[in-house]
Design a protein around this ligand. Structure first.
Ligand SMILES: Cc1cc2nc3c(=O)[nH]c(=O)nc-3n(C[C@H](O)[C@H](O)[C@H](O)COP(=O)(O)O)c2cc1C
Length: 342
């Protein structure tokens, strides 16, 4: 029998289990005109330069600011940062987090553009807040700093929570159609709340949407996030997935699509140290069995729920589940947002 050479992918530097340098900074954008086109140009350079050095990054643009999270071997991160800081498309970079630790971003590139009623001054106030914490010798963990700056919980009810900064949130992903986006729109309209719209992209063309709204919920506020199916593959989504206590898979009635959604979800949860509880809405008995087996093999908790007719019924089931989880274990709402400053 002939010998078939097997080629193994070459391990990139710093992509093993060893600790990496992690840095988050915010800077003021000087981009005038179409932001997405500029972000695509930055992405093309970054993928070319960063990947061979094992540097992974997420970049957001919103309210006239950039927010960038970089991870990789310390020398490579330093080298890239030196070049990026010279770039005339931004200025006034301020460090929001710096540490050495496990790699949290699982992919070379994620980017997002956030459209919200948020001024540059409001964004800057949050930068000052994160800075103030660092001045006390503490810092937000990278994912917490990212959320705090990019997607703060601003619903007035959040102030009634024991820990106003700790997010209560649920992600809803539909297997077909736009049911999750319609749910967010419906709840926002019912509660007279803003819908925040975001566009994400990975290292290639992939361009996906994710909208959210904040609602009153018991003693605080809850965020409901609609995520497009393709968004589950994004490094940034996967890096933040551990922060969700509950993710809802809204089935569409086609077993193939419903099981496909569970496969995507299992892959997305792969890197999460504390994966969310998964809840299926309206799967057929056949799809449910296959979904349950996929989840069980991956060590994930999967609950199924009754079929639902529309957004009100869906929200009743989802909020009921959230209430149950909250009273069962308050610790499910992540408390580990701070780490000592490096
Ligand atoms: C906010 C911001 C973030 C950037 N991030 C990166 C990055 O992570 N990696 C990178 O190589 N270039 C990044 N760039 C682009 C660089 O500043 C620079 O334009 C590019 O590396 C030059 O590449 P070239 O010499 O191949 O033309 C960024 C630019 C901006 C404005």
């Amino acid at each position: 029998m002939g010998y078939m050479p097997v080629s193994f992918p070459r391990a990139l530097p710093g992509t093993g289990p060893e600790p990496v340098a992690r840095i988050l900074y915010a800077s003021q954008s000087r981009i005038n005109g179409p932001v997405y086109a500029q972000m695509e140009r930055i992405r093309a350079c970054a993928v070319r330069h960063n990947e061979p050095l094992g540097v992974y990054t997420a970049l957001a643009h919103q309210s006239g600011w950039f927010l960038q999270w970089k991870e990789g071997p310390a020398d490579a991160v330093r080298q890239i940062m030196e070049r990026v800081l010279q770039d005339p498309r931004h200025h006034g970079a301020r460090i929001m987090h710096r540490s050495t630790g496990p790699r949290l971003l699982p992919d070379v590139w994620s980017m997002s553009i956030v459209q919200c009623n948020d001024s540059a001054a409001e964004f800057e106030a949050r930068v000052d807040q994160v800075d103030a914490v660092r001045l006390q010798g503490l810092q937000y963990a990278p994912a917490a700093a990212w959320r705090m700056l990019s997607t703060p919980l601003r619903h007035p009810c959040a102030d009634r929570q024991d820990t106003p900064g700790v997010f209560r949130r649920v992600m809803v992903c539909s297997a077909g159609g736009e049911a999750s986006f319609a749910l967010v729109q419906h709840l926002a309209w019912q509660h007279r709340q803003e819908v925040v719209r975001r566009r994400f992209a990975g290292p290639q063309q992939l361009d996906v949407g994710s909208n959210y709204t904040d609602l009153p919920d018991g003693q605080g506020a809850v965020r409901v996030i609609a995520m497009a199916r393709n968004g589950l593959a994004l490094g940034l989504t996967r890096a933040l997935l551990a922060d969700y206590p509950l993710v809802v898979l809204w089935c569409c009635g086609s077993d193939v699509h419903d099981v496909d959604l569970m496969e995507r979800m299992v892959q997305a949860c792969g890197a999460a140290p504390t994966p969310p509880v998964l809840m299926g809405l309206g799967a057929s008995p056949t799809a449910h069995r296959a979904m349950f087996q996929l989840a069980r093999r991956a060590g994930l908790i999967y609950l199924d729920a009754a079929p639902v007719q529309g957004p009100d019924e869906a929200w009743e089931l989802i909020s009921g589940q959230l209430r149950m989880m909250r009273s069962a274990a308050n610790s499910l709402w992540r408390q580990s947002d701070f780490s000592a400053s490096a």
